[in-house]
Each structure stands twice: as C-alpha cells, then as structure tokens.
Design a protein around this ligand. Structure first.
Ligand code: GAR
Length: 217
C-alpha cells in the first residue's frame, strides 16, 4: 500500500487547543508503538494553541493556519495545499475544532480520521465538541459514554467508525471529571491504536463498516 522510500506513513495531526490527543500520539511513538509512522506535520487553526508547544518539544514541524478571518472555503483550500505539499498520507483530527468544506474529504477520502469524545451516533455532529459533549451526556442521563475514532467525511462525525471504547458514568461526575476520564481511558488509548492500524494497512472500508484485518504473522 505504501510507496514511501522510508516505508513510513506520513501523518499530519490537526489541532486547535490543548493537544492532549497529540501528546498521546507522540508518547505512543516514543514508546515504539508506532513503528510505521512519521509525524510529519502539526497544523493548528489557532496561533495560541498549547498543542504547538507539544509538537515543537517533540521536534515535529508546525504550521499555523488561522481559522479566524477566513471563509471556510479559503481555510480548507489552504489546509489542503499545506497537507499535499507535505506529502501527507494520513490526516488526524485531534481536538480540531473546525468544520471543513466537502472538497477536503474527497482529497483525503479514507485518509483522514477524527477522535470524538462520545459513542457515535450519540452526542455528535455540529455543536457537539469539547466539554459540551460531556454536558449533553450527563444531562441526558446515559449510563455509559466513551470515545470514537472514525474516518472523517463531509458529514460531521458521520464517517465509518474505526474504534470505540466505552466507560461507565459515575453518579458524582461533572462534565470536567467525565471529560478527563474519557480522554485518559478512551481517547488516548484508541487514537494511537487507530493510527497504528492505518499505518499497518489493516483498515478496509466497506460501505459504512470498517473491517480490521488480522495482523500478519
Ligand atoms: C478532545 O476531547 C477531543 O475528542 C475533542 O476535544 C478535546 C480536545 O482535546 N474533540 C471534539 O470535540 C471534536 N468534535 P485535546 O486538544 O487536548 O486533544
């Protein structure tokens, strides 16, 4: 599947804020869990995102494309050009709080994945991001929640699901405590796993379903 001379999948991580999911990817790489992955670029939609510092500390090239002050189409075009110039194979949306124009998903069909802090199709779509997702889960009264990694399509949070992980909600949970547990126990676990599966060429999209091929022995 891969034709890069290095044999590695060139990954770009898109961020907007704190970047703890980016950190989980960097840490997984440092532990040797992503041997086929090269983190080639981190793109932030905001110049003051702490995620940029995490990337710089890890020696990953960064680029800021401010979302503010641009039309959605202009932002999407600049982002696409940047990723194509960097010869990116896989785009990871990790706390990326921007909705892109549909053209993006044609260029990166089945090559862009997003982590969402709920069990899709619950508490997802436009308006469900960050802490709002956990507020919604608590006010609905669900007993389990979790995280989903899925291929990104033009439908916000609507693409084929790669991995999900669930945890129970506890009576004393606040949106903040729930967000933290979902991150620690779900997002930071399944996002590196999904990137690894992609880098091993083990993900196959069949309609809405993602089949995970057995590991080669
Ligand atoms: C994460 O919980 C991520 O799943 C969520 O925002 C947080 C960003 O944290 N993303 C969305 O809600 C996108 N719909 P991070 O910047 O520390 O990774």
């Amino acid at each position: 599947m891969l034709t890069r001379p290095s044999g590695k999948v060139r990954v770009a991580v898109l961020v907007s804020g704190g970047g703890t999911n980016l950190q989980a990817l960097i840490d997984a790489g440092a532990r040797g869990e992503l041997p086929n992955v090269e983190f080639a670029l981190v793109v932030s939609s905001a110049a003051d995102a702490y995620a940029l510092e995490r990337a710089e500390k890890a020696g990953i090239p960064t680029k800021v494309i401010e979302r503010r002050g641009k039309k959605r189409e202009t932002f999407t075009r600049l982002l696409c050009e940047t990723l194509q110039d960097a010869q990116i194979d896989l785009v990871v949306f990790a706390g990326f709080m921007v909705i892109l124009s549909p053209q993006f998903f044609e260029v990166f069909e089945n090559r862009a994945m997003n982590v969402h802090p709920a069990l899709i199709p619950s508490f997802c779509g436009e308006g469900y991001y960050g802490l709002h997702v956990h507020e919604a889960a608590l006010s609905y009264g669900v007993k389990v929640t979790g995280a989903t990694v899925h291929f990104a399509t033009a439908v916000t949070d609507g693409g084929p699901i790669i991995l999900q992980k669930a945890i129970p909600i506890e009576e004393q949970d606040t949106p903040e405590t729930l967000q933290r547990r979902v991150m620690e126990q779900c997002e930071w676990v399944i996002l590196p796993q999904a990137v690894r599966l992609f880098s091993e060429g083990r993900l196959e999209v069949v309609g809405r379903t993602v089949r995970i091929r057995e590991e080669e022995r």
